[in-house]
Ligand binder design. Structure first.
Ligand code: MIC
Ligand code: SF4
Length: 647
């Protein structure tokens, strides 16, 4: 029987298990990437493993999230990252060189290879047929140490693309449409594999927009075949040698098949405060205060060039603030050299450096109650830096049209379509990517005072009496659990300091309450921990004494992060038990270790006397890790070199 593309890549990288849906497998990782906001922790953890040099084919450390440098802390993190990279065989992409996913796509991604990144949008490189997965920093550190990456064998969903997009409808509208069909949890433990005649109508940057935002489906990753379009892109990036053709076999089978008729799509918007809250742009009637174009979803050269063409010779609406951040230095420099940047500036755009910027709340917070149109991928409440702002996610075309009119505008009203051709040759200049040192012993790793050691978890006890320290609803994001933004992001290397902000936006007293009770439990709804890969959303609660999270269901990366930091994730056997629980209820677990082995745990609620049953959805390996107090503690117990497969 033929294989689909996902199965082909997994098969060629399989290090453990069988490709049976839902069972645990491990795959060899060829490349890793980190970004600064998750990277400092990942490298501290890597250092703790005592391995002299990364064992991957390629590892790259990017600085793109936290580039405001409002005090010494960011800059200290940057020099730490630069020196660690030089010492351990890692390439270092300097601040200003661009957003990790965009730069990786341009300069490093390879069809058929595997990539593990400490950022949830790592699947961007699925746009060139690479199996690219987001994970917590510790999982990436372990991969850099040469260990395989463990995951449940995902279901494979084929999305069959028919026909081609109409003028002014864009790749962003395809993924927004898919979000409207599947929702933010529709992709959990699934890989979305694109196929069909519509594939050849999409360029690599368009494919990358789609795979990037597949993260919002909760999917493990998304992938496109590697074809002639991929070859031409790699050739234009001076990397034709990295090309291999890859596609699913004719008789491949899938767990699910979905069809999208590209010709029937129209410009769409994700309305506040969730990427799956989709409406046609035409149905919306809104005055717009801010337009932000950029982020790892929509900041390629072609995206930006089209925006420049739309704005050419015009002026943005007086009530709109337009802010533009290019995905990479390559994009920015090309726009500067061909005059498009001048058109953007002349139309009234405010130009930022090539970095994540407003996407992660690093500056450009909109005004109170503002309507902000963004080409980004997440519109969670407060993520923009303004709690009551209303963020709509749209395509660059819709964003540019709306910047001109001051209200949300269907780009099809712009008239004749402006085609933008893909460059035959991109501007190639890798001088901001530093190679590792040839003589690592000469490198001294520089650590600023804000860089604190990674706390270790504690082994799980057999008897626990845990108060419910917070009860939250469905689709809680890691932005709720561990917010980012200009004030909190600089604390990413300092867990004691950042833990003060856990759940800050929904319950500012959370941290002090958790510290007071010393050991506690969180109650969550379904899809708990969706969104980012930040392991701080597990590490900081662990530091505050959280031992168990009980939820209706979990997002994949966050669940893995909880396990890695020794917090036990348990799922309600009967989801209606969720309703019976209140804040401060004391829950008693007896014989925990034995019941964990049996796959079902029960607890008694002291207030009501009720028994609640919970599912243990963990592999043997995960159980071992969580009972030892997390992957680092486990790694110390089971020597890395003696028994690497046990990790
Ligand atoms: C995000 O988009 O939320 C981030 C910032 O890129 C995160 C990583 C982080 O929190 O550092 C992600 O998506 O993984
Ligand atoms: Fe950066 Fe935003 Fe992309 Fe996250 S989603 S990597 S913050 S641009």
């Amino acid at each position: 029987m033929g294989l689909n593309l996902t199965q082909k890549i997994i098969k060629s990288h399989l290090a453990f298990g069988d490709m049976v849906t839902g069972t645990e497998i491990a795959i060899k990782i060829d490349q890793t990437l980190t970004q600064d906001a998750t990277g400092t922790m990942a490298y501290l953890q890597f250092e703790a493993m005592g391995i002299p040099k990364v064992k991957t084919e390629l590892s790259v450390s990017y600085v793109d999230h936290n580039t405001l440098q409002s005090d010494f802390r960011n800059a200290d993190d940057h020099i730490f990252l630069q020196t660690v990279a030089a010492k351990y065989g890692i390439h270092f992409s300097r601040p200003g060189n661009g957003i990790c996913h965009q730069v990786h796509l341009e300069r490093f991604g390879k069809p058929g290879k595997t990539l593990l990144g400490s950022d949830s949008h790592t699947p961007t490189n699925g746009g060139i047929g690479m199996l690219s997965i987001g994970a917590g920093g510790l999982d990436v550190a372990v991969a850099m140490a040469g260990q395989p990456f463990y995951l449940p064998m995902p279901k494979v969903v084929r999305v069959e693309l028919k026909n081609r997009l109409q003028p002014w409808v864009s790749a962003k509208d395809i993924i927004l449409h898919l979000l409207s069909l599947l929702s933010v949890k529709g992709g959990v433990n699934k890989i979305i594999e694109y196929g069909g005649e519509g594939v050849s109508t999409l360029s690599v940057p368009e494919r990358a927009t789609i795979t990037n935002m597949g993260a919002e489906l909760g999917a493990t990753t998304s992938i496109f075949p590697s074809d002639e379009i991929t070859r031409l892109f790699l050739k234009a990036q001076g990397r034709e040698n990295d090309f291999v053709a890859l596609c699913a076999d004719q008789d491949a089978t899938y767990d699910e098949i979905l069809e999208i008729d590209l010709a029937k799509l129209e410009p769409l918007a994700a309305c506040p405060h969730s990427p799956d809250n989709i409406q046609p742009v035409n149905n919306l009637n809104l005055k717009v205060d801010q337009v932000a174009i950029g982020s790892c979803t929509n900041s390629s050269y072609t995206d930006m060039k089209r925006v420049a063409e739309i704005l050419k010779g015009k002026t943005i609406h007086p009530n709109v603030s337009l802010v533009i951040s290019c995905g990479s230095r390559q994009v920015l420099e090309m726009l500067a050299r061909d005059g498009a940047l001048a058109e953007l500036i002349s139309a009234g755009a405010r130009i930022l450096e090539s970095a994540c910027g407003p996407c992660i709340g690093m500056g450009q917070a909109p005004k109170s109650g503002a309507v902000s149109l963004r080409t980004f991928n997440r519109n969670f409440e407060g993520r923009s830096g303004t709690k009551d702002a209303l963020v709509y996610l749209v395509s660059p075309e819709t964003a540019a049209a709306s910047a001109l009119t001051g209200k949300i505008t269907d780009p099809r009203t712009l008239g004749l379509y402006i085609p933008v051709s893909l460059p035959k040759k991109y501007l190639l200049d890798d001088r901001l990517i530093l190679s590792p040192f040839k003589t690592p012993t000469e490198v001294e790793v520089v650590r600023g005072p804000n860089i604190k050691p990674v706390p270790l978890g504690e082994p799980l006890l057999d008897q626990l009496r845990l108060p419910v320290v917070i009860k939250v609803g469905d689709n809680i994001t890691t932005d709720h659990i561990m917010p980012a933004g200009a004030k909190i992001l600089p604390l990413r290397s300092n867990i004691p300091a950042i833990s003060e902000y856990v759940f800050n936006s929904i319950d500012p007293d959370f941290a002090s309450r958790a510290k007071e009770v010393k050991q506690s439990l969180i109650v969550g709804g379904s899809n708990y921990g969706q969104g980012s890969s930040r392991e701080h959303a597990a590490l900081a609660p662990m530091y505050l004494g959280v031992k168990v999270v009980m939820a209706k269901s979990f997002a994949r990366i966050h669940k893995a992060n909880l396990i890695n930091f020794g917090i036990l994730p348990l799922e309600f056997l009967n989801p209606s038990d969720y309703d019976s629980l209140c804040l401060n209820d004391c829950l008693v677990f007896n014989n925990l270790k034995q019941s964990l082995q049996q796959g079902e745990v029960s607890l008694i609620n002291e207030r009501t006397g009720d028994e609640i049953k919970l599912k243990v959805n963990l592999s043997k390996r995960q159980l071992n890790i969580v009972t030892k107090g997390g992957l680092l503690a486990y790694t110390k117990a089971v020597s890395f070199s003696q028994n690497p497969r046990c990790l």
